[in-house]
Design a protein around this ligand. Structure first.
Ligand code: AMP
Ligand code: ZN
Ligand code: FE
Ligand code: FE
Length: 292
């Protein structure tokens, strides 16, 4: 299988070692991933990684359990999260790194986002029911467990009930952007999300920029205080990595990278399959230290 993000050529051009020791974009059961936080770290260790960040949607609750396993296995875990922001009607994801996971305002913010996710799931369930697809909120809540509720949990229930044959079909026909059971997600303006991340001692990186097809948003986000761009990602091919590296340099932004692995429940595990230079972590840490 060819994984686009695994093309190491541009990473080696950066002077970075393409040694697969870093993965800064990982999800656990604290959001829509299927591995527990502890399992993510064990899998990362088995894949030979030395530094990871757990970047659950709207939660940093996985940090402490991940950190504990990381200490045992010699894997550094950087506290992280992934927040949504809305700019120009586009849902952009902002990764947070080196945040204080116990920061009060940040946790209030996470809770606001998670409550809004629950209400949104209720609206999607009502829409599906009106379409004759009988799914219940109880089923969705059971799939999400203690995690931030996402559309993948709704897709899981649809799959279980036999309304679709795959998660992808659920998105394509029902809950994907613009589809009949789609509901918008609550999101703050990027400047606000970046401010909360900064107040919690963290750095903000624009997640998977290729997925928005809106590189024109990057200068404005840089003015809003964005610190970095996710240059390496499973959906970024070699030319994308080069382009985002150039954009990072143009706007004086740092670089981040990761696989965006969501476990193996709806596809295979891709932990550690995207090459991320260790130099990214050195520069990020220095910037975070200077900020605090
Ligand atoms: P949400 O945060 O509830 O809007 O859900 C977004 C999440 O759904 C993303 O982080 C992905 O994990 C997943 N996702 C988005 N599009 C698809 C798709 N076409 N097929 C499978 N999963 C998807
Ligand atoms: Zn996700
Ligand atoms: Fe994302
Ligand atoms: Fe993600």
């Amino acid at each position: 299988m060819t994984v686009p993000g695994s093309d190491s050529a541009p990473v080696e051009e950066m002077g970075g070692e393409a040694d697969n020791q870093v993965d800064l974009h990982l999800h656990s059961t604290f959001s829509d991933g299927t591995f527990s936080a502890e399992e993510v770290v064990r899998r990362a260790h088995a894949a030979g990684l030395r530094v990871i960040s757990l970047t659950d949607h709207d939660s940093s609750s996985g940090f402490r359990p991940a950190e504990a396993v990381g200490q045992e296995l010699g894997v550094e875990v950087i506290p992280g999260a992934e927040l949504s922001a809305k700019v120009d009607e586009v849902d952009v994801h902002i990764l947070a790194y080196f945040i204080d996971p116990d920061h009060d305002e940040l946790n209030v913010c996470f809770e606001t986002y998670r409550n809004a996710r629950r209400e949104r799931a209720e609206r999607m369930v009502r829409k599906l029911n009106r379409m004759g697809k009988r799914v219940s909120m109880e089923q969705v809540l059971a799939k999400a467990g203690e995690g931030a509720i996402g559309r993948p949990h709704v897709a899981d229930v649809m799959l279980e009930e036999g309304f679709v044959f795959s998660t992808n079909e659920a998105f394509h026909k029902y809950i994907g952007y613009g589809k009949p059971a789609y509901e918008e997600k609550y999101a703050m303006p990027p400047a606000e999300a970046i401010r909360v991340i900064h107040d919690a001692g963290g750095l903000a990186s624009l997640a998977h920029p290729k997925l928005y097809s809106r590189d024109d948003l990057i200068p404005g986000l840089a003015k809003d205080g964005l610190d970095a761009i996710e240059v390496c990602h499973i959906r970024h091919g070699a030319s994308d990595v080069r382009r985002y590296k150039a954009l990072a340099e143009e706007h004086r932004l740092l670089m981040t990278g990761g696989s965006d692995c969501h476990g193996d429940g709806r596809g295979e595990s891709i932990i550690g399959t995207v090459k991320v230079p260790s130099e990214f972590v050195v520069a990020l840490r220095e910037a975070a230290d200077n900020r605090n």
